[in-house]
Design a protein around this ligand. Structure first.
Ligand SMILES: [Mn+2]
Length: 345
C-alpha cells in the first residue's frame, strides 16, 4: 500500500465533561459535539481517500468516557477504511487494561514510552511513544536511524518547553523526520522544522480561541495544510460603548458580530453608558440572536444631567470639606438625574 496523504489530529478529549456546567445550558451539547466532529473527521477521511489518521494523544478522557461512549467510539472507528495510529497522552495514557485493546483492527496504539515503529504502508514509517501514566512520563527520545527511502513520521504528546510534560525534541530533529506530529498544546501551529501541533480538533472553552482543525499532510511534497474543521469557535470580543451611544447604537454593536448563531461569544463591555439605559435589558433583548453569549460588564455608568445643572452642583460643592466633596457631588447628581427624568417624561 502507498499512502499519499495523512491527517494529523490531536486532543479530541472525547468524553470531556463540563464540570459545573461551565458552558451553561450548552455544556451537554458541546460534549456531544466532540463525538460528532470525530465522526465527521472519519467521514472526511473516507470521502477524500485519506488512508491514515495520526492522533497525537488525548484522543479521549480515560477517567470520564463511559461504556456506552466507548462502544459508540468503536462503531465510528469501524466505519473507517483506513488506519488510525495513536500515541497516547496524559488524558488517555496507556496501560494493560486499556479500553481499546483487542477491539478494533484498524486502531494501532503505541504501548511503551520509548519509540516504536509501526509499518502500515510501503512508503511510510511511523514512530511514536505513549504516556503510561498521568504524570512524569519521561519519554526516551534518542536519535533514530531512519530509512530515508520512506516518509518518516514521529508522533508524541507533550510540551517542548520545560515542565513535567516536557519532551526533548532535539534528537527527533537530528534524526531527520519528514513530519513530527505533536499533541498536548491545544493551539495549532508549526513550532520547529517540520514539527506541528494540530491543536484541539474542537476547542473546549474560552482558553482555546481561533481556528481549530487538523493538518493534512502530503507524503510526496511534504506539504502540511491546515484544515479548519471545528463546528464552533470560541470568541472573546470587546464592545466599547460611548457616552452618547443610544439604545439602537448599542443593539447595533451586538448585531455586527459575525456568526452569532454558531459561535461561543464572551463580550467584554467597556466605556460608559448613559444611566438612562439599562445594559441588562439590552443584553436580554439581543441574547436570543446568539448561540451562546456571556458578558463581562466593565462599564462605568454616566450620570446624565444637563451641563447647567452639573455646573450648579459643582459650585455648591465648593463649600464642602475636601473629604466629602466628591461623595456629595455624586449624591446630588443621582438626585438630579431622577428629577430630570421625571420632567422629561
Ligand atoms: Mn489535551
Amino acid at each position: 500500500m502507498f499512502i499519499n496523504k495523512f491527517i494529523h489530529a490531536a486532543d479530541l478529549h472525547l468524553g470531556f465533561k463540563y464540570k459545573n456546567k461551565t458552558l451553561g445550558s450548552r455544556s451537554d451539547e458541546r460534549k456531544n459535539e466532540l463525538f460528532i466532529t470525530f465522526e465527521r473527521l472519519i467521514n472526511y477521511a473516507n470521502e477524500n481517500k485519506i488512508d491514515l489518521i495520526i492522533i497525537s494523544g488525548d484522543f479521549f478522557e480515560r477517567d470520564a468516557l463511559t461504556y456506552t461512549e466507548t462502544k459508540h467510539l468503536m462503531s465510528i472507528i469501524d466505519t473507517y477504511y483506513g488506519n488510525i495510529v495513536l500515541s497516547c497522552g496524559n488524558h488517555d495514557f496507556y496501560s494493560d487494561d486499556y479500553l481499546f485493546n483487542n477491539f478494533t483492527k484498524n486502531l494501532h496504539v503505541f504501548k511503551t514510552n520509548s519509540f516504536e515503529r509501526i509499518d502500515i504502508a510501503d512508503n511510510v514509517a511511523i514512530y511514536g511513544a505513549s504516556w503510561l501514566n498521568e504524570h512524569d512520563n519521561g519519554f526516551d527520545t534518542n536519535k533514530i536511524n531512519l530509512d530515508k527511502n520512506k516518509f518518516n513520521i514521529a508522533s508524541l504528546h507533550g510540551d517542548l518547553s520545560d515542565g513535567k510534560y516536557k519532551i526533548d525534541i532535539e534528537p527527533l530533529l537530528a534524526s531527520g523526520f519528514d513530519y513530527i506530529a505533536l499533541g498536548h498544546i491545544h493551539k495549532k501551529g508549526q513550532v520547529a522544522d517540520k514539527t506541528f501541533y494540530a491543536g484541539s480538533l474542537e476547542p473546549l472553552d474560552f482558553g482555546e480561541l481561533g481556528e481549530h482543525g487538523f493538518y493534512e499532510v502530503d507524503t510526496l511534497s511534504g506539504d502540511a495544510k491546515f484544515v479548519p474543521f471545528a463546528l464552533r469557535e470560541f470568541i472573546i470580543k470587546e464592545i466599547i460603548i460611548k457616552e452618547d451611544d443610544e439604545f439602537l447604537d448599542i443593539i447595533t454593536k451586538f448585531d455586527e458580530l459575525i456568526d452569532k448563531d454558531k459561535n461561543f461569544y464572551r463580550i467584554i463591555l467597556k466605556g460608559s453608558i448613559s444611566a438612562d439605559l439599562n445594559i441588562n435589558k439590552i443584553i436580554n433583548l439581543v441574547k436570543d440572536k446568539f448561540y451562546y453569549l456571556e458578558t463581562i460588564n466593565n462599564l462605568s455608568e454616566r450620570v446624565s444631567v444637563s451641563n447647567e445643572i452639573y455646573q450648579k452642583i459643582l459650585e455648591k460643592a465648593k463649600n464642602y470639606p475636601d473629604e466629602i466633596r466628591q461623595d456629595a457631588i455624586n449624591i446630588a447628581l443621582k438626585a438630579m438625574q431622577s428629577t430630570e427624568r421625571y420632567y422629561e417624561d
